[in-house]
Design a protein around this ligand. Structure first.
Ligand code: UD1
Length: 344
């Protein structure tokens, strides 16, 4: 079965994707510099699938080491490129860190692909490229709005770099996946989201508050133009998202893409407010999430959710997990983490 390079494969979305790839029989090589993940994730992947993926502790910014890695695993057939920095606030403080990490990594991979005869590339992009869309649900044709952060800009520029590179070298093919808000964890609770320090994202803050690690969740604003005043997002189960990557890889390997660069929204098509998420989490898990309304967070989008029809029809992929199951899995993972910490 084909060998797939997964950069950022010990990260949150990466690790769930490695599991789904291995379940489908793919051979996986992970490259990760562990800057925002833990080597123990490999144990979780092995527990679930019975296979320990090959792992190389390399920074994708390091061209020479990446070149050697391609030599070592000589017949890689596709790359899924997750490795990137993703904290919006940090990117405002340290723009060059973000431009270097996210863009140099990408450029290195695209440069190394023809040298090592790798033709297929799946790129992690984000719905952040749409900014606040004028029309909802948002389709792939919606205009790209000026980025609100250096992080968001690296995703926009990254997409352009891929387009320009493939325009110049049509033997390469890429599928760009624009993620909405991934949440939840593998049903085994062996892998999940492992934020460093205080979480920026909503779901880990919810679960950490529910378990008592944080006193109170702050809800950023209740005066938006939405039914309950809080922001609306499209929350998608991370396992659904992971499965879309397997579909994308299979499509590339089978030579099925209709264009050299294809773009797909990965979302559920359902918009949910912050308050709805808290209420549903409390109900399905029977726990309280102490929270209070505070002011708006700078740079937040009021409402965004996906039109997933293109992915549904073309990829034959659809997000299938219920919201209830998704929120239960997030809670099971947090509880598992707490049990592990107690056992240590
Ligand atoms: C954010 C980024 C997005 C990026 C993604 C990756 C912004 C504007 N967008 O998405 O570009 O791809 O992270 O990690 O930063 N919320 C609270 N309290 C909290 C945390 C969040 O109320 O403590 C609210 C937010 O206001 C938002 C929703 O929860 O309405 C989701 O927030 P978050 O999980 O940070 O994701 P995004 O902002 O959608």
């Amino acid at each position: 079965m084909a060998k797939i390079l997964v950069t950022g494969g010990t990260g949150y979305i990466g690790s769930h994707t490695v599991v789904e790839l291995q379940k489908e029989g793919f051979e996986v090589v992970i490259v990760d510099n562990l800057s925002n993940s833990n080597i123990e994730v490999l144990n979780g992947i092995e527990k679930i699938t019975g296979i320990r993926p090959a792992f190389e502790n390399i920074d994708c910014v390091d061209y020479v080491s990446m070149d050697r890695m391609f030599e070592k695993y000589n017949n890689i057939e596709a790359i899924i490129h997750f490795a990137a920095s993703k904290a919006v606030g940090e990117s405002v403080e340290k723009p060059l860190l973000y431009y270097r990490n996210n863009l140099v990594s990408l450029i290195n991979l695209l440069q190394l692909m023809p040298i090592h005869k790798v033709r297929n590339f799946v790129f992690s992009s984000s719905c952040t490229v749409y900014g606040q869309p004028d029309i909802l649900p948002v389709t792939e044709d919606a205009p790209i709005k000026p980025a609100l952060s250096p992080y968001g800009n690296t995703k926009q520029i990254g997409e352009e770099i891929i387009r320009d590179t493939i325009y110049a070298n049509s033997s390469l093919n890429s599928i760009i996946l624009r993620y909405f808000n991934p949440v939840g964890a593998h049903a085994s609770a062996e892998i999940g989201e492992l934020p460093n320090g205080v979480p920026n994202n909503l779901m880990p803050f919810v679960t950490q508050t529910a378990i008592g690690m944080r006193k109170q969740l702050q809800v950023f604003g209740d005066d938006y133009n939405t039914p309950d005043g809080s922001c609306i997002r499209d929350y998608i189960h991370v396992v659904d998202l992971a499965k879309a990557h397997v579909v994308a890889v299979k499509r590339l390997l089978a030579g099925k893409p209709k264009k050299n660069v294809e773009i797909f929204n990965l979302g559920t098509g359902r918009g949910l407010s912050v308050l709805e998420i808290i209420e549903t989490f409390e109900r399905v898990n029977g726990v309280k999430v102490p929270h209070k309304i505070v002011g708006r967070r700078e740079g937040d989008i009021e409402k965004v959710w996906a039109e997933p029809a293109h992915a549904n029809n073309e990829l034959g992929w659809k997000a299938s997990e219920t919201l209830e199951e998704t929120l239960r899995s997030a809670w099971a993972w947090e509880q598992n983490l707490a049990n592990r910490a107690k056992a240590e």
